[in-house]
Design a protein around this ligand. Structure first.
Ligand SMILES: Nc1nc2c(ncn2[C@@H]2O[C@H](COP(=O)(O)OP(=O)(O)OP(=O)(O)O)[C@@H](O)[C@H]2O)c(=O)[nH]1
Ligand SMILES: [Mg+2]
Length: 206
């Protein structure tokens, strides 16, 4: 059987920062993005669970790094959003450094999903995240979220624009449209995660 069952994903633990994550083994895929981009919603949609990852109308809600397990050794990580205006500058810088460190040092990190509101894609920190991932040879899936907010013509032109922009990173960067509300792009996300987690299949088959 190919493909993982994401519906059985369950919460494992929360970490206050990068230094308190569980042991660096297995395969981890992280969900990153600006505050309010729709990270937690995407995780809930993927796993078909209403409240696996907390969502909120108040940006900056996810403060902790939340880890979820899909199967033995296969983890999804909900990272706190960056760029939230109300957070003091000092805290922002501290968090940005921690994110950089996580992307550059975490050995088990095998894929990065960067979520961007389709109406406001590729902000400075989004680009920074992609750069860090590419530098560490981590493949990236960019999801343009809340696609339901745009008509199909505008959706396509945003997708083309971001695809074009993503070429500049000279790395493994795929861009897709996504909507938790309308369940758009969920298959693309699932396929990507399956491919990132596939080395684990090899291990269990042997
Ligand atoms: N229309 C629409 N709204 C969405 C979609 N996904 C998320 N939202 C809304 O956007 C808001 C933020 O969603 P979250 O999933 O909490 O965003 P987040 O990136 O986890 O935010 P932080 O944890 O604060 O960084 C919520 O009000 C969601 O209901 C979508 O596909 N379509
Ligand atoms: Mg969240």
């Amino acid at each position: 059987m190919s493909g993982w069952n994401y519906h059985v994903t369950h919460f494992v633990t929360s970490a206050p920062d990068i230094r308190h994550l569980p042991a660096d083994n297995g395969i981890e895929v992280a969900f990153a993005g600006r505050s309010n981009a729709g990270k937690s919603s995407a995780l809930n949609t993927l796993t078909n669970q209403k409240n696996l990852a907390r969502t909120s109308k108040t940006p900056g809600r996810t403060q902790l790094i939340n880890l979820f397990q899909v199967a033995e050794g296969a983890r999804l990580v909900d990272l706190p959003g960056y760029g939230y205006a109300e957070v003091p500058e000092e805290m922002k810088l501290k968090w940005q450094r921690a994110l950089g460190e996580y992307l550059q040092k975490r050995e088990c990190l095998q894929g990065l999903v960067v979520l961007m509101d389709i109406r406001h894609p590729m902000k400075d920190l989004d680009q920074q995240m992609i750069e860090w991932a590419v530098q560490s040879q981590i493949p990236v899936l960019v999801l343009l979220t809340k696609a339901d907010k745009l008509a199909s013509g505008a959706r396509k032109s945003q997708l083309n624009m971001v695809r074009e922009a993503s070429l500049a990173f000279m790395g493994d960067v795929q861009v897709e449209i996504f909507s938790s509300l309308k369940k758009i792009g969920v298959d693309k996300l699932r396929q990507k995660l399956d491919s990132w987690f596939s080395p684990l299949n090899g291990q269990t088959a042997e």
